[in-house]
Design a protein around this ligand. Structure first.
Ligand code: HGY
Ligand code: MN
Ligand code: MN
Length: 413
């Protein structure tokens, strides 16, 4: 460890977390900066201005990923940190933003303490991590890692009809840097846990060693509208009933499978959506996750079987579109061990853990050694305006990130 201890300025970090959270804040306190909307543009422009103030050289690639480069003594592959600043529609102030702004605070702390690292340090902001408006999620980092073709990503159409490439140009963030030109030497993402593990264990830090597989589908059920009062139950082709059957089937399946299996029907629309009309159409999304690939496939297979049964028993037509499918990821154990060592040298207890949520780090792990640092989410709440992490944990996580990046940049530090 260096013979002196640079540390972050938490007041400065917290002030920026508050300012970013205020961009398009909703009445209920939600952060609502859906990818490539005006609100996302305003958040991007604000953070880029702060990155420039911190002396970073800004590079934006062709999928809109933003990189701030801090030169090191040597050129070559940088040590990279970063996350996302787009949010779900009912987002909290820390999901993604904390990793980006803590990374920026690390840069400022290195400036304040006059520390020039051996390798360049790069702060990344990845496009469309949430995948709410344009699927799949973690799209910017997926394209950056070569997991999705740029043209395919630029052509993705949102529910609202917008085309991703058009939106990127409209908000002025269609960069010219070729994809993947800043290949990292190593990548560490700092993020709130978004789950209850650390909070329940009264633990303050997590060294994330693996991350769940994700399966997103959009299911469209087509039945027959009919009169709610005159149609006998055995003559119905009720899309609304089928949607409810799928929802309860998946909930019960996940509980029966146990382990890390989770299943969510997060969005459901019925048509014509009227009190006295049997629904002719239902569109629902399914989010399945598991740390084990074979278990995730088992859940997907059981769903497919159930849909086949429903089609014949209820006389409906069911179509499935895959929105995202990522296998579980195991992070680089050397980076995980380094994070643990840094925590120990700072006398901070830390525990290894799994990430239930998807993160950009899982995509960067395809092209560079990567791992994550978690800080607790109070009551495990996230994707909710009441998301909260204690100030001391926010500060602690940022200091662990600082020393991890310095060590990655020059192990002799
Ligand atoms: O879905 C996820 O886990 C992440 O928030 N995009
Ligand atoms: Mn996130
Ligand atoms: Mn999220």
């Amino acid at each position: 460890m260096m013979n002196f201890r640079p540390s972050i300025n938490f007041a400065r970090l917290n002030a920026q977390l508050e300012m970013l959270a205020s961009v398009n804040r909703q009445e209920d306190g939600s952060c609502c900066r859906l990818a490539l909307t005006d609100a996302d543009r305003d958040g991007r422009d604000l953070v880029v201005s702060w990155m420039r103030d911190a002396g970073l050289e800004i590079q934006i690639d062709r999928i809109g990923n933003i990189f701030g480069v801090r030169a090191g003594h040597e050129a070559g592959p940088p040590v990279m940190t970063g996350s996302h600043i787009d949010t779900v529609a009912t987002g909290g102030r820390y999901d993604g933003a904390y990793g980006v702004l803590a990374g920026l605070e690390v840069i400022r702390a290195l400036n304040d303490f006059g520390v020039k690292t051996k390798r360049p340090i790069v702060l990344g902001i990845f496009t469309n991590e949430e995948g709410v408006r344009f699927q799949p999620d973690m799209m910017g980092s997926l394209v950056f890692a070569g997991g999705m073709a740029l043209d395919e990503a630029l052509a993705v159409r949102a529910e609202d009809g917008a085309i991703l490439g058009d939106e990127l140009a409209r908000i002025g963030h269609a960069g010219s840097i070729e994809i993947g030109s800043l290949r990292p030497h190593a990548f560490v993402e700092l993020h709130i846990e978004q789950g209850p593990v650390l909070d329940r264990a009264n633990a303050r830090l997590g060294a994330v060693e693996n991350l769940q597989g994700i399966s997103w589908k959009r299911i469209t059920i087509r039945g027959t509208s009919n009169h709610a009062g005159t149609t006998p139950m055995n003559l119905r082709h009720d899309a609304g009933y089928c949607a409810a059957r799928i929802t309860t089937f998946l909930h019960d399946l996940a509980k029966k499978m146990g382990g890390s299996q989770v299943a969510t029907v997060g969005s459901l629309t019925l048509a014509p959506n009227l009190v006295n009309v049997i629904a002719r159409k239902a569109v629902l999304t399914v989010d399945l996750r598991n740390t084990a690939e074979e278990k995730l496939q088992e859940a997907e297979n059981r769903l497919d079987e159930m849909l086949d049964e429903l089609q014949s028993s209820e006389g409906v037509a069911i179509d499935c579109a895959v929105l995202a499918r990522f296998s579980p990821v195991v992070f680089d154990d050397r980076i995980v061990a380094l994070i643990e060592n840094v925590a120990r040298e700072l006398q901070q207890p830390i525990r290894r853990m799994t990430s239930g949520a998807g993160h950009d780090a899982q995509m960067i792990a395809r092209i560079s050694p990567a791992a994550m640092i978690f800080v607790p989410s109070v009551a495990g709440v996230s994707h909710n305006p009441s998301e909260f992490t204690r100030p001391e944990d926010l500060e602690n996580g940022a200091n662990i990130l600082l020393h991890t990046l310095v060590k990655l940049s020059d192990p002799t530090n």
